[in-house]
Ligand binder design. Structure first.
Ligand SMILES: Cc1ncc(C[n+]2csc(CCOP(=O)(O)OP(=O)(O)O)c2C)c(N)n1
Ligand code: SF4
Length: 334
């Protein structure tokens, strides 16, 4: 594994010029992925339509992708990007992979190329779930990143299948009578494992060493590697400036988004979250700073602590049960 100190000095492929919201986790993730992939191999990305695409590729406005001044002739530094439809990033990246493999087999390409797809969770888990599952089933040698912000952000913060229980979205609004989204989130880690992925992981730049280790491992995977990146969305989740990374850390430690790694045929690894609820930070620590949960959790003016709103105990208990059930299932894979 490369050392963090060496990675920091590499060139990212994600540069100033995007219109992602200030404080968006996707920007942090892209900068990290950009540096990790600056490893002497050419990289081609296949992007679906999501915030990470519509806010970074606005031709003729500045395009945020690019590694310094490198041109396409600079084989190892430059990289390619192909934007395709919302739901098909894994499929189109698989096509790029196949093309690369054929060209390599006839000697037209001399050194290996890294092929990486990127989608939002709406693109990968709602309309594009078939694309993702079939790519896994075909064992395509790509790395597929899914940026999980729990909503269709760029089209108006509608519910997505990964939306947390109790979250207020534009299509599952929290009202006096209704506690927000009560559809249990899709078990996307289990789905990807059971579909036969070569590697399935959930990691966050909030844990940078582990993020680096997992992405480097995925780049070496012989089958499909799927990496989910929980992405606190400052505009949709409505939290204060400067809390993005802290919320990403808490999202793991409270069990909403456990860090997870499973290589095919090997036991899973669960990191930075305790199985025993009593040893985890309370869910209120993650929910409290976000307005999308303000109908369930409030700040106690006297103590300064976050607490469950009177009358909402049952909903929050359901959230705790969902987390425990999910963690138990992941630990069974360990
Ligand atoms: C077939 C199709 N349906 C709908 C759209 C409109 N659309 C573009 S992006 C998007 C939602 C993207 O959500 P997600 O993948 O979660 O990414 P995010 O915006 O949250 O980053 C939708 C509905 C589309 N481009 N194509
Ligand atoms: S809406 Fe959310 S995901 Fe989209 S750019 Fe803003 S913070 Fe990032």
């Amino acid at each position: 594994m490369a050392k963090i100190i060496d990675i920091i000095q590499r060139e990212s492929c994600f540069q100033p010029g995007s219109t992602l919201c200030a404080g968006c986790m996707e920007s942090i993730a892209f900068q990290n992925i950009g540096k990790i992939t600056d490893n002497g191999k050419k990289t081609i990305f296949g992007l679906g339509t999501f915030c990470g695409e519509v806010s970074t590729l606005q031709f003729p406005n500045p395009v945020a992708w690019g590694r310094g001044e490198s041109t396409p002739e600079d084989w190892t530094k430059s990289f390619g990007i192909l934007h395709h439809v919302f739901e098909s990033a894994p499929t189109i990246t698989e096509a790029i992979r196949d093309t690369v493999d054929v060209l390599s087999s006839v000697g037209a390409i001399k050194s290996d190329i890294q092929t990486i797809s990127m989608s939002g969770d709406g693109g990968a888990l709602a309309i594009g779930l078939r694309s993702l599952l079939h790519t896994i089933n075909r064992q395509a040698r790509i790395v597929s990143f899914v940026l999980v912000n729990e909503v269709f952000a760029n089209t108006g913060f509608q519910y997505s299948p990964s939306a947390s229980l109790g979250s207020d979205t534009s299509t599952t609004p929290a009202t006096e009578l209704h506690p927000g989204n009560m559809q249990p989130p899709l078990d996307y880690l289990g789905l990807a494992v059971n579909a036969g992925a070569g590697l399935v992981a959930q990691v966050s730049p909030a844990f940078p060493k582990y993020f680096l280790k997992v992405v480097e491992t995925a780049l070496e995977c012989k089958g499909t590697a799927v990496i989910f990146i929980p992405s606190p969305c400052i505009t949709g989740w409505k939290f204060a400036d400067g809390e993005t990374v802290e919320l990403a850390r808490l999202s793991c430690e409270t069990g909403f988004f456990p860090c997870f790694l499973k290589k095919k045929g090997q036991p899973a690894e669960i990191k930075f979250v305790e199985r025993d609820a009593a040893k985890r930070p309370p869910v209120e620590h993650f929910m409290g700073p976000q307005q999308r949960f303000q109908h369930l959790v409030r700040k106690n003016k006297e103590t300064g602590q976050f607490e469950v709103r009177p009358g909402k105990e049952a909903v929050v208990e359901e959230i705790r049960t969902w987390i425990q059930t999910k963690l138990d299932a992941l630990y069974r894979m360990a």
